[in-house]
Design a protein around this ligand. Structure first.
Ligand SMILES: C[S@@+](CC[C@H](N)C(=O)[O-])C[C@H]1O[C@@H](n2cnc3c(N)ncnc32)[C@H](O)[C@@H]1O
Length: 286
């Protein structure tokens, strides 16, 4: 498998094929456990039936592709597409034995999918990283049959996500954080503003765009201990980029601050904090 490290999403290609993509593979079980309920809600809203053809965009290590494979059954098909080689390798390994699942190492913004091929375009947190979101969503819409559905889950703002905000504020006591991304640039919260996202989707040709607020308790790091969850957030959280080039002393101070900030949220079942995302649904015109 090879993907050109050029083009509009070159920065994301390098990010998800480098250390960060490798960390997703290492921490895949904790990540899956934390976000599985959110992806499952989006699958339920998508009303997936047996025999359908589904495109899973930014499928990563493949948990949602496998869940969809079970929902569509052997008479259906799921295609997982991702630009991260290490993550996709994990997905392919996990999907062994599922004939109805296949994977493509590609940039979903540019890949020439067969036109009118899919009943559903689905994504669990994989559609917030496009350099040109209207072009990318238009490309995905062309892959849908007339009347085909779009369903994805994306994060709301950092201030609406305790599990992002609290560790970030703790780390900021010891390490200067990078400036927040410019509005409209690729990143985990790039689709948080519903007016902006509606505009993108309507420009891309979608109809019946709807947003469901999914706010609730999340099991951070999938129910791991306080120490393991502090380490997890230091490596994966949105502030993790700030920790790349700092001294060992600053790292240790930041970690201790994150641990202390998480302690009030500890329970017998791990660290529980509030998270807010949008379940977004839309339809291609008939
Ligand atoms: C936050 S991760 C989510 C992974 C997976 N869906 C999950 O829930 O575990 C985002 C994923 O989107 C992928 N991605 C980002 N931009 C992409 C693009 N233009 N085309 C295909 N995949 C992309 C990344 O490589 C990464 O695997």
């Amino acid at each position: 498998m090879a993907i050109e490290s050029t083009g509009p999403n070159a920065e994301q290609i390098s990010h998800w094929n480098g250390t960060f993509g490798q960390r997703w593979v290492e921490l895949q079980e904790m990540l899956d456990a934390q976000i599985e309920p959110l992806g499952r809600t989006a699958q339920e809203r998508a009303r997936i039936s047996q025999g359908e053809h589904v495109l899973d965009v930014g499928c990563g290590c493949g948990q949602s592709s496998l869940q969809i494979a079970k929902r569509v059954g052997t008479s259906g098909h799921v295609l997982g597409v991702d630009l991260s080689e290490p993550m996709l390798a994990r997905a392919i390994e996990r999907a062994s034995g599922f004939e109805q699942a296949s994977f493509e190492h590609a940039d979903a913004q540019l890949f020439e999918f067969r036109a009118s091929d899919f009943d559903l375009v689905y994504s669990r947190f994989g559609v917030m990283f496009f350099a040109d979101p209207p072009a990318a969503f238009a490309n995905l819409r062309r892959a849908l049959k007339p009347g085909g559905r779009l369903a994805f889950v994306c994060w709301q703002t950092a201030s609406q996500n305790q599990w992002i905000l609290i560790p970030m504020l703790a780390i900021a006591q010891h390490v200067p954080l990078p400036p927040p991304p410019e509005p409209g640039t690729p990143g985990p919260m790039s689709l948080a503003d519903t007016d902006h996202t509606r505009d993108i989707l309507e420009t891309a040709g979608f109809e019946d765009v709807a947003f469901e607020d999914r706010t609730g308790e999340l099991s951070i790091g999938g129910g791991a201990s306080l120490d393991a969850t502090a380490d997890f957030l230091m490596r994966m959280g949105p502030a993790s980029r700030a920790l790349g080039d700092v001294s060992e002393q600053q790292q240790q101070a930041a970690r201790a601050a994150v641990r202390e900030a998480l302690a009030p949220f500890a329970s017998d079942a791990g660290i529980k904090m509030t998270g807010s995302c949008w379940i977004v649904t839309a339809r291609s015109p008939r």
